[in-house]
Design a protein around this ligand. Structure first.
Ligand SMILES: NC(=O)c1ccc[n+]([C@@H]2O[C@H](COP(=O)([O-])OP(=O)(O)OC[C@H]3O[C@@H](n4cnc5c(N)ncnc54)[C@H](OP(=O)(O)O)[C@@H]3O)[C@@H](O)[C@H]2O)c1
Length: 230
């Protein structure tokens, strides 16, 4: 890995937090972010020494540059944050939609833009999308749309950022992630050829592969047990 921190935006919970713990185990210096600096600091302390926390709101993209001003060189950048906008088209909530569209499509992009002078040629980036882009569910109007946007974003950024690598990961439903744990998912399992849902560890493995494999660039990796085949 080149010099610099591993910066995980949306690293205070779920998959981002698991990834932070993985890179900490590998000996990297890690920064995690969430909306609230105090909470981010507390979660960072739980993960362990060498992990620090920052707070900023991706839905307020004009604040991102200031929040990241003190960050030094970045070797690995991961954008994993999500706000879950359950927004059926027949009861369309504009505020919820704007919040999620802004955070994923503008906030993710502005974070990359802000850190350009701290990335080196050997740095790499992973953006989190999700299988909802291909397999919508009632209320996934905005989620499906923005995760489709992630596919487009890595194509334009891979060209503009070259030789810096950027890839996307699209998990299916991650059964042991905090958001899904305990919810009824039998119907999803029944449509998954492996007969089990992806786990957080498997998504972290796949993210690490995209971040570290020097030939992976401009790609989308699906981690869903073959869900789209049935
Ligand atoms: N879990 C799954 O099954 C699944 C499936 C497909 C795709 N994904 C994708 O994987 C990624 C991680 O999902 P997850 O389930 O692990 O997420 P999660 O547990 O809900 O965690 C979300 C993270 O985003 C941060 N966050 C939320 N709103 C934010 C905002 N406006 N600005 C900045 N940070 C914000 C949260 O921090 P604070 O709460 O501290 O602010 C937290 O760190 C997401 O992009 C999601 O779309 C997940």
């Amino acid at each position: 890995m080149p010099d610099g921190v591993v910066l995980i935006v949306g690293g205070t919970g779920g998959l981002g937090r698991e990834l932070a713990a993985r890179y900490r185990e590998r000996g990297a210096e890690v920064i995690i972010t969430g909306r609230d600096a105090e909470r981010a600091g507390a979660v960072a302390a739980e993960i362990g020494e060498g992990v620090t926390g920052l707070g900023f709101h991706l839905s307020h993209p004009e604040t991102i540059a200031g929040a990241l001003a003190d960050v030094g060189p970045v070797s690995r950048l991961v954008l994993a944050a999500i706000s879950r906008d359950n927004n059926p088209i027949h009861e369309y909530d504009i505020a919820g939609a704007i919040d999620l569209v802004t955070m994923k499509l503008v906030g993710y992009t502005e974070t990359v833009h802000t850190l350009l002078d701290r990335l080196s040629d050997d740095s790499s980036i992973v953006l989190f999308g999700g299988r909802a882009k291909d397999r919508p569910y009632p209320g996934s109007t905005t989620v499906t749309t923005v995760n489709g946007g992630i596919s487009a974003m890595i194509r334009t950024l891979a060209i503009q950022l070259a030789p810096i690598r950027i890839n996307a990961i699209h998990p299916g439903i991650v059964g042991d992630s905090p958001f899904w744990e305990g919810k009824p998912l039998d119907a999803v399992v029944a449509r998954t050829p492996t007969g089990r849902l992806a786990s957080m560890t498997q998504v972290v493995d796949a993210t690490e592969f995209l971040l570290e494999n020097q030939a992976m660039n401009g790609e989308e990796l699906y981690v869903d047990g073959g869900w789209m085949l049935m």
